[in-house]
Design a protein around this ligand. Structure first.
Ligand code: 13P
Ligand code: SF4
Length: 365
């Protein structure tokens, strides 16, 4: 064991090939004590080192049940926080690059959610009438907020079941931070647009009148994903002029207008499964992150399936992209040498209540 942790600077000039060798050697040394989780949006050079890949729900459930001492999460910050909350106290969660955040998650913070809750309380009894729901793409203190207010977490693959659970308890939902997941899900559950309002957190009372708030069933935080907002309905129309037989598949973080034109809507895991299970010689236009789409395209082309990326411009998640082989080699070699770097530790004060809202979600399955 070396005496102190090696700095990241020692790795920044290594080639990807050199990193591959060092990652493989470190993983070999660590054996079952370490598991590398990889979200579907990770770049190929990192994704190939993942022991388990998946969407947010699959990876958080895996972290909750993993026996490994170290969970190295190739994803973004909120995902590593969830792994830390759900894993045992003696397990250690590591995020290879601490700058790997989520711009959508940053659109809601505890201060503006608490202020909004107080404002809602001036119009109605929020505690009695509203269930707060946070998309898993959010900071741990917001999951704790939901835990304290008898709310819940959802992911892109279980939002419908979660909203159903909420409406059995109370008549309204405050949904943050992604307006699109909330709107797309609620609309497909039969909630009309007239009963949904967008809460503009930059404005007093969300920019809404008392009447709008009282009449709403879904109060949708005005957050969005900068990657998924690149997809537009006209891209579908233009593509279909050339290939009318194309099936459209979208992540629910895309806009309502895009999802309206989609044949299938679902999480990253669901998108992969649907195209993999489809008949040969089918054509797919996909509205989600580029790394996933490129890999899927390669994977299914031998079956005669054609996979296309919806946007004419590159729509990559720049924060997912931060995790590179150099950072992965750095954290794994240090671990193999007995040094933990970049550990993600959720504040104890938030952990219990955040776990409550995550457990409420996991209990539905
Ligand atoms: P999934 O849970 O569908 O993988 O989505 C996570 C995410 O951040 C999508 O932008
Ligand atoms: Fe966040 Fe969007 Fe990146 Fe997903 S794709 S991690 S929602 S910024």
């Amino acid at each position: 064991m070396s005496t102190s942790a090696k700095p990241i600077q020692d790795y920044s000039l290594l080639s990807d090939e050199e990193c591959d060798l060092r990652i493989n050697a470190a993983k070999e040394k660590l054996g079952d004590s370490c598991v590398v989780l990889g979200h579907h949006y990770q770049r190929d050079e990192v994704f190939k080192h993942a022991d388990v890949s998946g969407d947010s729900l699959k990876l958080s459930s895996y972290a909750a049940n993993s026996k490994a001492e170290y969970i190295v999460f190739c994803g973004v910050h909120f995902m590593a926080e969830v792994a830390d909350i759900l894993s045992r106290p003696d397990q250690v969660t590591i995020l290879p690059d601490l700058a790997a955040g989520c711009s959508m998650a940053d659109m809601a913070n505890l201060k503006n959610v608490e202020r909004s809750w107080q404002e809602l309380n001036t119009v109605l009894n929020a505690e009695e009438l509203i269930t707060p729901v946070t998309y898993i793409n959010s900071a741990a203190d917001l999951k704790a907020f939901c835990g304290r207010h008898d709310g819940i977490v959802c992911t892109s693959s279980n939002a419908k079941q979660v909203l159903t659970w909420c409406f059995e308890k109370r008549e309204k939902i405050l949904f943050f931070p992604d307006q699109h997941l909330g709107r797309n899900t609620a609309f497909r559950m039969g909630i009309p647009m007239e009963e949904m309002v967008t809460w503009d957190y930059a404005q007093p009372m969300g920019g809404l009148t008392k009447e709008q708030i009282t009449n709403a069933k879904m109060i949708l935080w005005k957050g969005f994903c900068s990657v998924h907002q690149m997809f537009e309905p006209r891209q579908i129309d233009n593509f279909k002029k050339i290939h009318p037989e194309t099936k459209i598949i979208s992540h629910p973080e895309a806009s309502f207008e895009v999802c309206e034109k989609a044949d299938f809507i679902g999480s990253t895991e669901m998108i992969l499964k649907t195209v993999r299970d489809a008949k040969p010689n089918t054509r797919w236009l996909v509205a989600t992150e580029l790394n996933l789409v490129n890999r899927l395209q390669e994977e299914v082309k031998s079956q005669g399936k054609h996979v296309h990326f919806m946007s004419p411009t590159v729509a990559m998640c720049s924060t997912m992209f931060r995790t590179d082989p150099q950072h992965l080699a750095w954290v794994l070699e240090n671990l193999a040498d007995g040094h933990v770097v970049n550990q993600i530790q959720v504040e104890e004060s938030d952990k219990q209540m955040a776990k409550k809202s995550l457990d409420s979600m996991l209990a539905l399955f």
